[in-house]
Structure formats: C-alpha cells, structure tokens
Design a protein around this ligand. Structure first.
Ligand code: BG6
Length: 474
C-alpha cells in the first residue's frame, strides 16, 4: 500500500495511437498518418526514409488511421476507467484536430468542442485529466512547410495552440504535459520533431536546434498557462531508464555517466533549473554545434520552469564500451544484455528494481514531485473470445508497483501518481503493431487493422481495480 493519501491512480493513452478517425471531425493530417506500421517503423523514422507527401496504401498498413477507434468509443471507455476506479487519466490531444494545418488563425470548433465533452465527462466521473499537448503529433503541413521543429516559427504555432487549450479548457484541465518524452527525439526524429534530418549537413546539430525550440516552447507553455490561470500545473516528461555500467571498469562507469547525463537528464535539467547545464554547452562547443538561441530565450527558460516531473519507465540498460556483446532492447534505450534480467517478447529488459533506482535518482536530482506516466508490458495476448488471462502482465505490474511503494514508503520519494501505459490496447508507437498489447482491456483489432474494435476486460482489469481500491498492493 502507498502510505499517502490522494495518490493518483489511472492509465495513459495518446491521441495518435488511440483515437483513429484521422480524417473526421475537421481533423487535418498529422505526420503519424504517413508512417507505416511494421518492425522497420522505428528505423524508417530514424533514417528519415518516410515519404511525407504520399502514402503507399497497397504496400503498407497505416495503423494510426483507425487506431482503436477511441474517437468513437471515448465515452464508453471513460465508463470502463471509472469502473476500475481511476482518479486520473493521462491522454493527449491531437494538434491537427484543433488546428488542422497548424497555420489557421482560428481553431477548428468541432475539435475544440469534442475535447470539451471528453473533459466534462471525465470530471463528471471524478477523473482528473492530465493532458499531453504534443505526443508524437505534429500537423503534416508544419513538417512540410516549416521542417517541423527546426523552424523557429513552429514555436509560435505551438504557443497559439497552447493559448487556445488553456483558455478553452480553463477550469476543466489543470495538469498539463507540454511534450511527451522530449529525449525521444534522438531516436524518433520524424515522430517527435517532424524534421527530415537528412537535409542537414550536421544531423546532431539540427536535432539539438529542434530540441532548443521545444525547450523554448515548453517555457512559453508554462508562461501562458500561468498567466491564464496560476493554478495550472505543468510537467516535463522524459524517458527514464536505469543505466548501469557493465562492470567496475572506470571506462565503462565513465561512459555510462556521460550517456546518462545527455539522455536522462539534459531536458529535465533545463526545464527544472531554467538554464542549459555546462555539460551540454561544453558538448556543443566541443563538437562545433552552433545552436541558434534568440534574444530573450535565456530569460524565458529561467523564468518559466516546470512544476513537476513525469516520466515513462519500461526497462533499464547496460553500458559496456570495452567488450563486444550483442545489443539488447528497451524503449529507445539500447545497451548490452544484462545477465541478471529477462526481457519481454519484444526484447525490452524487465527490471522492477531499476524503477526504484530511477525514482531515487530523479528525486535526488531535482527534488520535485514525480509521476510515473507510462509503465507496462507489451505482450502477445491469447484472446479466448471473452477475455485474456494475462498473469504475465499482472506479474510485471505487481513487481513494479512493489518497487514504487518501497521508493515512497521507505526511501521517501515524493511520487504523486501512476498511470500505466496503454490501459486499453492501442497501436504500438515503435512498430505500429496491435499485437504488442499493454492494456487491461482487450480491443478486437489486429495488425492489419481488421476486427470489430469491441472491448473486453482482461484478468488484469479486475486485478488493477483491486489495487486501486487498496491504494496499492495488499
Ligand atoms: C513510449 C511512448 O515511448 O512508449 C508511447 O510515449 C509508446 O507512445 C510507449 O507507445 C510504448 O512503446 P511501444 O513502442 O511499445 O508502443
């Protein structure tokens, strides 16, 4: 049991993987609508081998077009959340439902009213919405016209979106995450920053320029949100994963320390402390990166830090720069296999104790409230026509919740909530598969996009309901 009152228990989804209805309700197209499903999806995105002007629907499936029909099922799905006892729901809005191309002066009223009804219904069910503004979601016109986040103008388009959201939903939503997994841009540039990095002579320099624009946009979001309502609370969101040196060889310990700084801490350091850390500025200088910062950026970052830190945690990684090994998998974090740990069917290392380590490390570093906004097991489920007996998922979650409870009850970490990923089955971000399922609720859609979309609670649904009602494990 978590020894604190008011702990937030819920689940998470993202519009692009959940809603579908990609051309309904006045929605414009988004970059994700051009990214096909399949095992090569992440690599295609990494290498920018995706055509953002046309689709090859004969050869590929574009799973996010239908996703899991959340757009049509939202209200029924909220009933399921309420049945499980959620008091928080992490979701995202689709930018192109609000501004179809990103460039309009006025928002699409159908999109604005749609989310209003969702938020109102959540409130009616006493579920607090925690809203991510950009979760792998950029109108396609911004990618085509602006080169995504590489262009400074995208900051203004995003600020306009934020102003609309904070004004329209004032009083309905007070918890906001401006960007999902900001550090993911190093691996998934097209999905996260909408930029074809192959156009630039120096890929990494271009990437850090995009990231600078997102950091500035994040600070603007904080500024606008607080001006509209000082009660608004904003969080940064990063991928967190424990990073271990393979052995006590100082060379490996050093490599792990340097890797962890740039990947795990850089975005959070800027957003919590309000300035670029020296290690990042030195790295830019050492590599000759010229990151263009405008007058006023330094002050904007300094004066608009975030209120709390949210993160995803799926796995840990091991660094060895001395010996040769095979690579191991994880959520965009890849190292060498850890001989002490097992991996999921998708090769993601399973490490519950790593969660306790991460909770302690992040709390020590920023001394701010934390929230785990993604955690879970992507697995193949055997659906028997009515349900799924997903003991393996229960086992994974139970072991992670146990470590989370130790971190709170014994280590004193100020953790405020837990929203496991994909509380309902949805499209995988990295592969576009439906067969990589995370949910407490089974959705009848397959990898080809066929199926009824009917919902069926799994064994884990009833287990999680019990966890919530006990405020943790018995
Ligand atoms: C996180 C993302 O990286 O991991 C989610 O924020 C994603 O969008 C989740 O779905 C799990 O990854 P995957 O690739 O298994 O869907």
């Amino acid at each position: 049991m978590i020894n604190k009152k008011g702990f937030l228990w819920g689940g998470a989804t993202a519009a692009n993987q959940y809603e579908g209805s990609y051309n309904q309700g006045g929605r414009g197209e988004s970059v994700i609508d051009y990214i096909p499903g399949g095992k090569q999806r992440m690599m295609l995105s990494f290498e920018n081998k995706i055509d953002i002007y046309s689709r090859d629907e004969k050869q590929y499936v574009y799973p996010n077009h239908r996703a899991v029909e959340g757009y049509d099922y939202y209200f029924k799905d909220i009933d399921l959340m309420a049945e499980m006892g959620f008091n928080v729901y992490r979701m995202s809005i689709s930018w192109s439902r609000i501004y179809p191309t990103g460039f309009e002066e006025q928002p699409n009223q159908e999109g604005v009213q749609y989310y209003r009804k969702v938020f109102e219904y959540l409130r009616e069910k006493q579920i607090e919405p925690l809203v991510t503004i950009a979760h792998f979601d950029i109108p396609i016109e911004i990618a085509r016209t602006n080169d995504g986040w590489h262009n400074r103008n995208t900051v203004d388009l995003y600020a306009k979106l934020c102003e609309t959201l904070f004004t329209e939903y004032d009083g309905l939503v007070k918890l906001w995450i401006p960007f999902n997994e900001m550090n993911a841009c190093m691996f998934l540039p097209l999905m996260t920053v909408g930029t074809d990095l192959t156009k630039f002579d120096n890929r990494d320099e271009a990437l850090y320029q995009c990231l600078h624009h997102q950091l500035v946009a994040n600070a603007m979001a904080v500024k606008i949100a607080k001006e509209i309502n000082p009660e608004n609370k904003l969080a940064t969101m990063t991928i967190a994963g424990a990073n271990y040196a393979y052995d006590c060889n100082p060379v490996n310990v050093l490599a792990k320390t340097i890797d962890a700084r740039m990947f795990n801490y850089f975005c959070g350091d800027v957003q919590h402390r309000g300035f670029y850390p020296n290690y990042a500025l030195s790295m830019f200088k050492h590599n000759g990166y010229n990151i263009i910062m405008e007058d006023g950026d330094v002050e904007l970052l300094a004066n608009n830090t975030v209120d709390f830190h949210t993160f995803s945690y799926y796995s840990s990684m091991v660094t060895d720069v001395v010996n040769e090994h095979e690579t191991s998998g994880g959520n965009m974090i890849h190292g060498v296999p850890n001989p002490h740990l097992k991996a999921s069917e998708w090769g993601w290392t399973i490490d519950p104790i790593g969660l306790r380590i991460v909770l302690n490390e992040l709390y020590d570093r920023w001394n701010t409230q934390l929230m785990i906004v993604e955690n879970g097991l992507g697995a193949i489920d055997e659906f028997d026509g009515t349900t799924v007996n997903d003991d393996y998922r229960i086992d994974y979650l139970e072991k992670h919740i146990e470590q989370m409870e130790i971190a709170v009850n014994i280590d004193g970490v100020d953790l405020i909530g837990y929203t496991p990923w994909g509380w309902i089955d949805l499209v995988s971000a990295s592969t576009g598969e439906m067969s990589k399922r995370y949910g407490f609720v089974y959705v009848d859609i397959d990898d080809q996009g066929n199926g009824t979309a009917n919902r069926y609670p799994k064994a884990s649904f009833y287990w999680y309901k019990e966890v919530i009602s006990n405020n943790g494990l018995k």
